[in-house]
Write a protein that binds this ligand. Structure first.
Ligand SMILES: [Zn+2]
Length: 638
């Protein structure tokens, strides 16, 4: 879909709908108009759909019953979808009091582009004081009934991409927040002549207009869909490209490995229990999760950590640390622990609320046990070193208090940057693999930028398995690792240019790095089995850091377990490189030539090249990837 000269990870022709919802006089239209003006100044095709204006045209005759209100929103959503499919940024300002129809519109628009929900959550007292249209006064005088927020319901979004409170914030500042959120979604350059990005909005015009409600024009695999920030439910698997695998006609029921422990354990509470649990959580002592805690919570919520239901209690924790197994003997190599400051536990609570750093409640945890194992002993056993310079050891030694063990009940997933793209749950990856007819799927874990050596390993694996799950880790990493958003962008351009789209699935992996080398390699395999992988590519020094682990230690770690109890097969690969004599990518298993014929660059060497304004050679890195990295490096330093 991108031209050869385009290395941009940004959507090249999908638009986005920004849906402002909130009470009358909350400030929706004011902010939407400001955002519209600023986008128009940047040459961006933009359209504002104001609920009142639409009512006067599209929806004349509709009243204010729930049915009529929903119908009005469906009509606005239909138009928004048409425009979005044509690359327009659509700013919808409508009270839209009912959650279900908003979610319905979201699902329809997301088939053709992006959707961003902005809850303008200005409090009722402020709205009443503003009363821009005199509605509150009329309601108070008994001239008007069914005013949203007063005598008619308003159902706030459970997981909006953005919440604005315009009570104390000037409209300009609110608009800036929206524009910042949109930055990765909207190219800032004007549309070039002849269409392409930012094609003019034409309803029912040339080409096949996207349809809403049915299957829209399917996005190409490299196509870009914004992920929901703070989404309760992760974005569903994109339709992508469903070309059935040649074998699928012979095997209509593709095999997926059983999840670890037999079934997926998801910990998101059902939709109808969210409000009640949220109300309870508001009364509990709260703990703000750090980056790793957020990542662990998301992995627990979506089933990536099956069979765990929550944070480990004492018996499991000890067994994992000492033997690499849960207390019942199942393989589990890394502790999943929740450390809580002692003062939070002083009152002896039986539950805690878990929040993000901004204080948004994400989950509750039942306190079944409080235990306090010695961090130094644990670090030595898990990381095979007690060197505080090791990031995993440092995190273990720095924990703020004793450990709480018990199951979690997750209300919503942590907020994530939209530009990471989709993060499919294990169930969604399994469904997608099944839809594509894959009987075998190799997972690829990485926290580093993707170079040709990785591409070679992917393609060697693809000669053997039906599908490849590219699963870059996007949870917390060391500060000097390349940011996840940039790594994901590199993957997107690489896939666009060099991979068969129907055989590859790219999805962000929400876990955090622990840098536990061999133990983490086995852990990564078990978790990928939960995502439906039959194989995991394990390179040299997988999940290592510095020189704490032997080159082959991660690969050898699998030998300590019976293959049946792991249920996933490691593909143990050597480092790959381009050999000038072979004229091809190779490894030491396939190339007999001396090292000086091989193009190999360390991560440090690559960083030095980029810092000096140079790109790594094409034998090392695809030019599209290299230029993205160079841009990212400049942005970071500038
Ligand atoms: Zn060679």
């Amino acid at each position: 879909m991108a031209t050869a000269t385009s290395a941009s990870p940004r959507p090249s022709h999908h638009g986005v709908t920004v849906w402002f919802t909130g009470l009358p006089s909350a400030g929706k239209t004011t902010v939407a108009n400001l955002v519209g003006e600023r986008l128009a100044e940047r040459g961006r095709p933009v359209e504002v759909l104001d609920g009142d204006v639409v009512r006067a045209h599209l929806s004349r005759g509709l009243g204010f019953s729930k049915e009529d209100r929903d119908e009005n929103i469906r009509r606005i959503g239909y138009v928004a979808g048409l425009l979005t499919g044509h690359g327009v940024t659509v700013l919808v300002s409508a009270i839209s009091p009912y959650r279900a129809v908003r979610d319905e519109v979201r699902a329809a628009v997301e088939r053709v582009g992006g959707f961003v929900e902005v809850h303008v959550a200005t409090d009722l007292a402020t709205c009443r004081a503003r009363d821009v249209k005199g509605l509150y006064a009329r309601q108070a005088r008994g001239e008007l009934a069914g005013l949203t927020g007063v005598d008619d319901p308003y159902e706030p979004p459970l997981a909006p991409e953005l919440v604005l409170d315009t009570a104390d914030e000037p409209p300009e500042a609110s608009a800036t927040q929206v524009l910042t959120l949109l930055e990765p979604l909207t190219p800032s350059t004007p549309a070039p002549p002849g269409g392409g990005r930012g094609a003019p909005a034409t309803i029912g015009g040339r080409g096949a207009p996207p349809t809403i409600g049915g299957r829209g024009a399917p996005p190409t695999t490299g196509g870009w869909a914004p992920n929901r920030e703070g989404s309760r439910r992760p974005e569903a698997a994109r339709p992508a490209v469903h070309s059935p695998h040649p074998h699928s006609s012979h095997s209509p029921q593709p095999h997926s490995p059983d999840p670890h422990g037999g079934r997926l354990i998801e910990r998101l509470v059902p939709e109808d229990q969210v409000e009640e649990l949220a109300a309870e959580a508001a009364r509990l002592p709260a703990v703000a999760l750090d980056g790793r805690g957020l990542a662990d919570l998301e992995c627990l919520a979506v089933g990536a950590f099956s069979p765990l239901t929550g944070f480990l209690g004492a018996a499991d924790h000890t067994a994992v640390v000492e033997r690499g197994r849960l207390a019942d003997g199942r393989v589990w190599t890394l502790p999943v622990a929740l450390a809580v400051p002692a003062e939070v536990l002083a009152s002896g609570p039986d539950r805690l609320a878990l929040t993000d750093p901004a204080g948004v409640v994400l989950a509750t945890v039942d306190i079944e046990e409080v235990h306090d194992p010695d961090p130094a002993t644990e670090a030595k056993l898990v990381f095979e070193t007690d060197d505080p310079a090791h990031p995993g050891v440092a995190a273990t030694l720095a924990r703020p208090g004793p450990l709480v063990g018990g199951p979690v009940h997750v209300l919503r997933l942590p907020a994530t940057p939209a530009e990471l793209g989709p993060r499919l749950t294990p169930a969604q990856v399994r469904a997608e693999a099944a839809a594509r007819g894959w009987r075998t799927m190799a997972g690829f874990q990485t926290r580093n930028p993707v170079h040709r050596a990785h591409e070679y390993l992917h393609k060697v694996a693809l000669e053997h398995v039906d599908g490849l799950l590219l699963h870059p880790l996007v949870g917390q990493t060391k500060d000097d690792d390349v940011p996840a958003t940039l790594r994901m962008a590199c993957y997107r351009v690489l896939l666009e240019g060099y991979y068969p789209p129907d055989r590859v699935l790219l999805s962000a992996f929400p876990a955090a790095m622990r840098y536990a080398g061999p133990r983490e390699a086995v852990f990564h395999a078990l978790v990928r089995k939960n995502y439906g992988c039959t194989h995991l590519i394990v390179g040299r020094d997988h999940a290592g850091v510095g020189s704490y682990y032997g080159t082959y230690a991660a690969q050898e770690a699998f030998d300590a377990y019976d293959p049946g109890e792991l249920g996933i097969t490691p593909l143990k690969y050597e480092h790959a490189f381009f050999c000038r004599r072979c004229g091809a990518m190779a490894t030491s298993r396939t190339c007999p030539h001396p090292s000086e014929t091989r193009v190999h660059l360390s991560g440090t060497a690559v960083r030095e090249l980029l810092a000096g304004g140079q790109l790594p050679p094409p034998e090392f890195s695809r030019p599209e990837v290299a230029s993205l990295l160079a841009d990212g490096y400049r942005a970071q330093r500038g």
